[in-house]
Design a binder for this molecule. Structure first.
Ligand code: C5P
Length: 421
């Protein structure tokens, strides 16, 4: 991949994996990019600045000032110079500082000043990786727009086996180079809209359903479920951050709302209203993700007036099936549209999820099991396995829903390049 003329900041922090950063610098230089290495003070204990400045052809920056000359290194200039900002390895400490804006070194200060896409390749012991504070901080970085390059499983510096090994330099290089090339391509196509077109969903129209539905019994009572809407809202937010042209979130009644201004919320109450809002928008969308927990049944004839306890008869309601929105859209789906569903299961998870994908004509289904602690309804976390219609299966760890949303979009982008045509 040719990166001639591109400016890459490589931030190196104090972890054993810092030795791999030398290869990463080399890969970018070989591809024609200009590389500026920024090290945290601790990183210098793991790899020498001399190695990195020799490979990058530029003095390494670590302090705010050069000690003997008093020359000030402008973190603002560095942040603005970058076309991509890569932190590899990223320790738990640097991730925490980035997530909380603790700008006590040149690396985090430059991070706060950059407008470039930031890539973070965590590297740490697996207990640190799954500690709730790291999980939370990574979710914050994602919602701040960073891309996380997931660490691999393997033997760690602690000799423990697990997840936490920094991804190989070639994989990190590929993720960054692919992003730069895609952004370049997109910007060449629509130079008038650079801000919206940075990201792999540029030009795409996205439809997401989320939350529960309410099926009325009378003007003050309803049947519903425990869905909070958090997963779907996270998916819509992530689509907006990845530069989608439009994101429509058809949202059942819930407490949460998207944090990205560009998500267009269509509030609905019942399953039928949700279907109608989806049908109005489905034909124009490129990707539809059905995350809502639509009530399976609705009340055939809700009471027009409040049902009184004093009434002699106990009321009886006949339930009828609600429309299956995902299945309806599945029938209508065109060749170039991608339809993704969710399956929340308690047993026979694999069989139920894959059968559902087939029955509803989905391209992908995201399974979460109520048997997994921290997954499903009413939590900020989720643990999912994603199946595709052509037989792929990808299982993810328990993560914040924001991070799960990023994983889902990564898979959709990788699998379909967001367009099957
Ligand atoms: O059949 P089940 O409800 O388990 O299917 C779950 C998937 O189908 C989810 O993607 C959900 O949003 C969608 N669904 C729907 N309309 C329904 C029921 C489920 O869109 N009435």
């Amino acid at each position: 991949m040719d990166l001639s003329g591109k400016h890459i900041v490589i931030g190196i922090t104090g972890g054993i994996a810092a030795y791999k950063s030398a290869s990463l610098v080399r890969l970018f230089v070989k591809a024609g990019a200009e590389v500026q290495v920024v090290m945290t003070p601790n990183a210098k204990e793991f790899i020498t600045p001399v190695t990195l400045s020799t490979l990058s052809g530029k003095p390494v920056i670590s302090e705010f000032f050069t000690a003997n000359t008093g020359e000030w290194h402008s973190h603002v200039d560095l942040g603005l110079w970058a076309d991509a900002f890569v932190v590899a390895p990223a320790t738990a400490s640097t991730i925490a500082k980035m997530a909380n804006g603790v700008a006590d070194n040149m690396l985090v200060t430059s991070y706060l000043s950059t407008r470039a896409q930031v890539f973070v390749a965590p590297a740490m012991d697996f207990d640190m990786m799954r500690h709730p504070s790291t999980v939370r901080n990574i979710a914050t970085l994602i919602s701040d727009g960073c891309r996380i390059i997931e660490p691999a499983e393997g033997e760690l510096a602690s000799h423990l086996i697990g997840k936490g090994r920094m991804e190989e330099p070639e994989t990190i290089f590929k993720a960054v180079a692919t992003f730069i090339n895609q952004t370049e391509e997109i910007n060449n196509n629509s130079p008038e809209d650079i801000s919206r077109s940075s990201g792999e969903l540029a030009g795409k129209h996205i439809l997401v359903t989320a939350g529960p539905t309410r099926e009325r019994l009378d003007p003050v009572r309803y049947i519903s479920n425990y869905s909070t809407g958090k997963m779907g809202v996270a998916i819509a937010d992530e689509a907006a951050r990845r530069g989608a042209e439009t994101v429509t979130l058809v949202l059942g009644p819930c407490e949460v709302s998207p944090s990205e201004d560009r998500v267009n919320v269509v509030d609905v109450e019942s399953g039928r209203e949700m279907l109608s809002a989806c049908l109005d928008r489905f034909d124009e969308c490129d990707v539809a993700i059905m995350c809502a927990a639509v009530a399976d049944y609705t009340v055939e004839t809700p009471s027009e007036t409040k049902i009184k306890r004093e009434n002699a008869d106990i009321p009886e309601f006949r339930l009828v099936k609600n429309p299956d929105i995902a299945a309806t859209l599945g029938k209508r789906k065109a060749q170039n549209q991608i339809l993704v569903g969710f399956a929340l299961e308690t047993d026979h998870e694999f069989e139920n999820a894959t059968a559902k994908m087939k029955r509803k004509n989905l391209d992908m289904i995201v399974l979460n099991s109520l048997r997994d602690k921290g997954a499903g309804f009413a939590t900020d976390t989720n643990k999912v396995t994603v199946f595709t219609a052509d037989g792929d299966e990808t299982a993810f760890d328990l993560k914040e829903k924001i991070a799960v949303a990023a994983d889902i979009w990564d898979l959709i982008a990788a699998k379909y390049k967001c367009s099957k045509s």
